[in-house]
Design a binder for this molecule. Sequence first.
Ligand SMILES: Nc1ncnc2c1ncn2[C@@H]1O[C@H](COP(=O)(O)OP(=O)(O)OP(=O)(O)O)[C@@H](O)[C@H]1O
Length: 257
Amino acid sequence: MPDIDFQHVSKTFGSKGFQALHDVSLTIEDGEFVTVVGPSGCGKSTLLNIAAGLLQADSGNVMVGKDVVRGPHPDRGVIFQQYALFPWMTVQKNVEFGPKLARVPAKERAERARHYIDLVGLGDFANALPKTLSGGMKQRCAIARAYAADPKILLMDEPFGALDALTRVHMQENLLRTWSEERRTVMFVTHDVDEAVYLANRVVVMESRPGRIREIIDVGLPYPRTEEIRLSDEFEDVRRRVWRAVYHQPSALGPDA
Ligand SMILES: Nc1ncnc2c1ncn2[C@@H]1O[C@H](COP(=O)(O)OP(=O)(O)OP(=O)(O)O)[C@@H](O)[C@H]1O
């Protein structure tokens, strides 16, 4: 059974009826890593927010398993570009937050948090406050926090968008390592074609005005994704295909350009 199933989803904003999404259908299978790329304003975040239950579609449905999405739910962890950590809580307490809400007993939630903190490589910083962490570390903390709430699905909207190129590559590697050990279904929105190809089983390329799916590209490269794979001809071939699909669009400059 598909894990996330967008069924003819449309969404319009504003009194002038700006159509952000038009009849989008997309199936993401259990355990898949799907990235979504496309020009600015093509509706990537809108699509993700509808799956998160933070926005409502005007028509169509999103199914998660057998259920129609009607609002946010702990089975879907959401990670945004801005690190949504509580500044007054340590890394450990931030990561324990979800399990605490779910009334997981103190000892168990501390252990669970510790497991994910170690998994994202923040073992030495469990007692640190967010303000003492770098951007990449904060985002790894956010990933550990999302995992600790034990969601079936991770919805990530440009989570590495604010990071420098080198940190970004390390974050991608760390995320894939975490994902290979603790498999979840991932929908990951990005502007970055390299990132989209490096991470995904499939890349969904969107186009704008109205936002819709232009092409779905199978990456077909094995995991673990090593540096060798990143630098291979096969990777370059897929990257070129995705690049063309994104940049050879009539509206590739986006509505505000
Ligand atoms: N709350 C809103 N009210 C009005 N218009 C909106 C709202 N949210 C999004 N839009 C419009 O819908 C379109 C799609 O926005 P969305 O943020 O989903 O695009 P995106 O592909 O994620 O863009 P970017 O890559 O620049 O973040 C844009 O033209 C945007 O201006």
